[in-house]
Write a protein that binds this ligand. Structure first.
Ligand code: G3H
Ligand code: 13P
Ligand code: ZN
Length: 306
């Protein structure tokens, strides 16, 4: 199935796809192994810095190799592309979907930039995700302010004027491991208003790592420095996957935590270990377990056949 059809199916049938960030062979294949095992579609995402880290040619090779290796539906997506040029590069590299993140720009400029990407990407059958509203940055540990949330009226105008295939919304999540100073405050009321304004638009939730406390505790016991790390509770993610129009849920920080725990544990338990295949192999196992749990127990992702 094409990503567009899966988004619409997810919208209608109350589930979401995980969009998991990868930065190397281990993280990419771990995510794909989990999806293959479960028979569920998945999105593997690359940030601009991930793109630069892997490099155009190696990344292109990874994508081509994965297409030959895996039979499950998977989609390669550019995460937080900031320019038309970056989106063009991703399309040349074989991506199925790009995000153009103009959310830091004034509305009119965000619309113009996003429309330029849509006009280009659609010629290649590539999906485009836009963003409206602002998520807090990793360093910004102040509480969300009302004016940062996606405005439903603007959302309608944005979708109509740009022709985006999906829209990332700001409803109280943030990137990184320190998401809330107190209780998680996800504005389902705002999400519902957005859904009312643009009922046919698939929506995307960024900053959706749940920051598993058991992983954090183990990491801290092994010497990691993590202060007040708190994520989006899995019940909320399950709820928005099932009952709302969220069809894509972005996870990066949880993968970083699972990876770091495996490496720390491996090297602590066996200080003589110098074979990177051992600790990166453990990291891969941890990512697989994490991704499998999200797909099966949280996002309720359906296989293509049901
Ligand atoms: O949304 C942001 C992602 O977590 C990517 O972060 O640029 O460090 O790869 P990165
Ligand atoms: P997290 O930092 O919560 O994993 O968010 C990732 C994300 O939104 C990538 O676009
Ligand atoms: Zn994001």
């Amino acid at each position: 199935m094409k990503l567009k059809q899966i988004y619409l199916d997810a919208l209608k049938n109350g589930y979401a796809l995980g969009a998991f960030n990868f930065v190397n062979l281990e993280s990419m294949t771990a995510i794909l192994n989990s999806a293959q095992k479960l028979g569920t579609p998945v999105i593997v995402a690359v940030s601009e810095s991930g793109f630069k880290y892997m490099g155009f040619e190696f990344l292109k090779g990874l994508i081509e190799s994965a297409r030959k290796t895996y039979s499950v539906d998977f989609f390669v997506h550019l995460d937080h592309g900031k320019t038309l040029e970056m989106c063009k590069q991703a399309i040349d590299c074989g991506f199925d979907s790009v995000m153009i993140d103009g959310s830091a720009l004034p509305l009119e400029q965000n619309i113009a930039l996003t429309k330029s990407v849509v006009d280009y990407a659609h010629k290649f059958g590539v999906q485009v995700e836009g963003e409206l509203g602002k998520l807090k940055g990793v360093e910004d540990d102040t509480c969300s302010n009302e004016h940062l949330f996606t405005d439903p009226v603007e959302a309608k105008m944005f979708v109509e004027q740009t022709g985006v295939d999906s829209l990332a919304v700001a409803i109280g999540t943030s990137h990184g491991v320190n998401k809330f100073s107190g209780e998680a405050n996800i504005r389902i009321d705002i999400l519902k208003q957005i859904e009312h304004a643009i009922p046919n638009t698939p929506l995307v939730l960024h900053g959706a790592s749940s920051v598993p406390q058991e992983i954090c505790k183990e990491l801290i016991a092994l010497g990691a420095q993590l202060k007040d790390a708190k994520g989006v509770p899995e019940e909320i993610l399950a709820q928005v996957s099932k009952n709302n129009h969220i069809v894509k849920i972005n996870v990066d920080s949880d993968i970083r935590l699972a990876t770091t725990l495996a490496v720390r544990k491996c090297l602590t338990n066996k200080p003589s270990e110098i074979d990177m295949r051992k600790y990166l192999g453990e990291a891969k196992n941890n990512i697989e377990t994490l991704v499998e749990n999200k797909i099966k127990n949280v996002f309720n992702t359906k296989t293509n056949n049901n």
